[in-house]
Design a protein around this ligand. Structure first.
Ligand SMILES: Cc1cc2nc3c(=O)[nH]c(=O)nc-3n(C[C@H](O)[C@H](O)[C@H](O)COP(=O)(O)OP(=O)(O)OC[C@H]3O[C@@H](n4cnc5c(N)ncnc54)[C@H](O)[C@@H]3O)c2cc1C
Length: 321
């Protein structure tokens, strides 16, 4: 058994996803505890320049070939399973994202290793792997001891600081051949979000609006506050389902995961599916008329009151009126 820890690199269109750098931070702590190396593994095409961004790892293994240009579960699972099986790391970390969820499950099944999903923490205690998973959209934490010599963990975004793992360098690179048979699932096209809209995952200030706003006609109140804060408007799902804002603005389980410096939740109750997408924000402020609204459980600052009174007053104050 190797003492190494492997991190599966998630990337799209040549860009490494933030969660990969977060996993490198977590992976380094595990590798140190295990007494092994930290190895980043990636499958794809055109990955030649990738290694210099993965300086947080001791080594990088790249698998490039036809059929791996775009992510498809079967082809990528086959390629990555071959790499991981040959190296038999103590722990393999995969992102708990749309891509990573089926990748992690497929890898664990192909290797016959246990999988713990939705992990926000993992550590080695006297050689035993202990993983903490977030369940019911973050309402409960479950701690699991993982028996055996190997395990796959899928790691939630936001569980470590990405910047600490974003280290340039020149780790040793090993190239391995892609599996001969391409997968049966063929990539056809990437459907991009509506052109021209903002990418809320990159915004520093989000003013997020929920059903408390009552009508589309009231959205200008939220837009005015967002403008005064130099931010952007995002929303809970009902606002998007009603067609008041585009899908690109939805925060939560079936929308985007956001990590702005400031997340101001206006008339949002804080359902688990919403919290899943925003609890990693730097500072959460909530405005809600119900003092028992669950959003106050995650907010650092809360205002209990009617948003129709508070929003105009706050906007005026920010504008210095
Ligand atoms: C599989 C699945 C996926 C889902 N994905 C998502 C997702 O991605 N994102 C998401 O957001 N939801 C998602 N949901 C829906 C989620 O469960 C909630 O229904 C939704 O988040 C509720 O939205 P809300 O907080 O805007 O509305 P509500 O729960 O209706 O809350 C409205 C809030 O506004 C407050 N309010 C009312 N009037 C005022 C006022 N005048 N001033 C101040 N406050 C006021 C109320 O007190 C209340 O807390 C999903 C659900 C499922 C089952």
């Amino acid at each position: 058994m190797s003492r190494d820890v492997a991190v599966v690199v998630e990337h799209l269109g040549g860009a490494i996803a933030d969660v990969t750098f977060e996993m490198l931070v977590r992976g380094r702590a595990l590798a140190t505890a295990a007494g092994g190396r930290l190895v980043a593994v990636a499958a794809g095409q055109g990955l030649a320049g990738m290694a210099k961004e993965l300086g947080a790892a001791d080594a990088v293994v790249l698998c490039q070939g036809p059929g791996l240009e775009h992510y498809t579960p079967e082809a990528h699972q086959q390629a990555l399973a071959a790499i991981v099986k040959a190296r038999a790391p103590r722990v393999t970390l995969v992102a708990n994202t749309s891509v990573g969820m089926d990748l992690a499950a497929g890898l664990a099944a192909a290797l016959g290793w246990p999988l713990v999903a939705y992990c926000k923490d993992a550590r080695l205690e006297g050689g035993t792997l202990v993983a903490t998973s977030q369940i019911y959209g973050g309402k409960l934490l479950a701690e699991a001891e993982v028996a055996g010599e190997h395990a796959v963990l899928s790691i939630l975004a936001g569980s470590a600081p990405a910047d600490a793992g974003r280290v340039p360098g020149s780790p040793a690179v090993e190239e391995v051949a892609a599996p001969a048979a391409p997968g049966r699932v063929r990539f056809k096209r990437l459907i991009q979000p509506e052109a021209g809209d903002v990418d809320i995952t990159r915004e520093g200030v989000l003013v997020s609006v929920g059903r408390g706003i009552q009508s589309q006609d009231n959205l200008p109140l939220v837009e005015a506050l967002a403008a005064a804060l130099g931010g952007t408007v995002s929303a809970s799902r009902p606002i998007v389902d009603q067609g008041w804002l585009p899908k690109t603005r939805q925060v939560g389980k079936s929308g985007m995961t956001v990590k702005p410096k400031l997340y101001l939740a206006v008339g949002i109750s804080g359902a688990p599916e919403h919290l899943e997408g925003m609890r990693g924000a730097g500072l959460i402020v909530a405005i809600n008329s119900d003092p028992g609204a669950p959003i106050f459980d995650v907010a650092q600052y809360g205002i209990v009151g009617d948003l129709f009174d508070i929003l105009p007053a706050l906007t005026d104050k920010l504008k210095g009126a």
